[in-house]
Design a protein around this ligand. Structure first.
Ligand SMILES: NC(=O)c1ccc[n+]([C@@H]2O[C@H](COP(=O)([O-])OP(=O)(O)OC[C@H]3O[C@@H](n4cnc5c(N)ncnc54)[C@H](OP(=O)(O)O)[C@@H]3O)[C@@H](O)[C@H]2O)c1
Length: 282
């Protein structure tokens, strides 16, 4: 009987993992928004923090050691991974491109770049850092996805697909590495007021058939982000994946995440999709 209930508890709960309170932390995309704040908080907590940028302006910023990394360039990923000494305790795969455009008009090279930056590049970096993490027998890997990975939206198809892909592979990786003491979690931000709207790439023909609806969606998206939750709110949620003894597979904050995920479980898909699109003026 005792064996049976121990087996049930194991089935129902996330596994207990070794704590990660010190060592080296790597945060990709540490020059602004979520990555910058996560990196600063890790410095506060006494980690040796390596942050990345495609073009670092200084070697050190606020105690963060800055190194060059372009996730769109496999050679840059290899050079960066080779520069890391010893095992990484915390890896935050945060850097990303926010792309938009109707599927019909997305240039194939832009789509491939996005998948490389938001998906393949993170997997490549993780693969390179994992052997030392396994040998150390502890670590936390956080993939920063997006709620659009769970709630795809018109004119954000490529971005939603890249975030759905990182979520799926993270869940698989989580099961593969937990016996080595390594936790893997996906953090899905909703609308977070980081200014990412200003950095979004857009592919739209101004005289094409999608332009009016695209503009409506972008206007609503930008407005949602401007009144989104603070970066601090999201980062507090992300730190649960580092601090929790039994980190969950999944964390989300912003865009009324608890309500949205409950509604997704309760409502028919068609209604849910209509609600998501209505929120963006469509
Ligand atoms: N803000 C939101 O509402 C929101 C919502 C859902 C998901 N997210 C996700 O959260 C993550 C952070 O978003 P954020 O709002 O903090 O964005 P952000 O302020 O624009 O920061 C993006 C970071 O990624 C880096 N980066 C961009 N392209 C890169 C590339 N090709 N290779 C390496 N680094 C690159 C940038 O650094 P450099 O320019 O210095 O290279 C920057 O530090 C992203 O993955 C984003 O998709 C954000």
């Amino acid at each position: 009987m005792a064996n049976k209930s121990a087996g049930l508890a194991k089935f129902l709960r996330a596994p207990s993992l070794p704590p990660v309170r010190s060592g080296t932390a790597v945060v990709t995309g540490a020059t602004s928004g979520i990555g910058e704040l996560v990196a600063r908080e890790l410095v506060e907590r006494g980690f040796k923090v390596i942050g990345t940028s495609r073009s670092p302006q200084k070697d050190q910023v606020n105690g963060i050691e800055m190194r060059q990394l372009d996730l769109g360039n496999p050679a840059s990923i290899e050079a960066f991974a080779d520069s890391i000494e010893g095992p990484v305790a915390v890896l935050v795969n945060n850097a990303g491109e926010s792309q938009s455009g109707p599927v019909e008009e997305l240039p194939l090279d832009a789509l491939q770049r996005l998948m490389q930056v938001n998906f393949t590049g993170h997997v490549d970096l993780t693969q390179r850092l994992l052997p030392a993490m396994r040998a150390a027998g502890r670590g936390r890997i956080i993939m920063v996805g997006s709620m659009l990975g769970s709630f795809p939206l018109a004119y954000r198809g490529s971005y939603a697909a890249s975030k759905a892909a990182i979520k799926a592979i993270a869940i698989a990786l989580r099961r593969e590495v937990r016996r080595f003491g390594i936790g893997v979690s996906v953090v899905e931000p909703g609308a977070i007021n980081t200014g990412i709207s200003l950095r979004r790439t857009k592919y739209i023909k101004s005289d094409g058939p999608y332009s009016a609806e695209f503009d409506t969606m972008i206007t609503n998206l930008d407005a949602n982000e401007a009144k989104g939750i603070s970066t601090q709110g999201l980062v507090a949620e992300l730190f649960k994946a580092i601090d929790d003894k039994r980190p969950s597979a999944f964390y989300a904050a912003g865009s009324s995440a608890p309500v949205a995920f409950s509604a997704q479980r309760a409502l028919p898909l068609e209604i849910m999709q209509n609600l998501v699109h209505r929120k963006h003026g469509l």
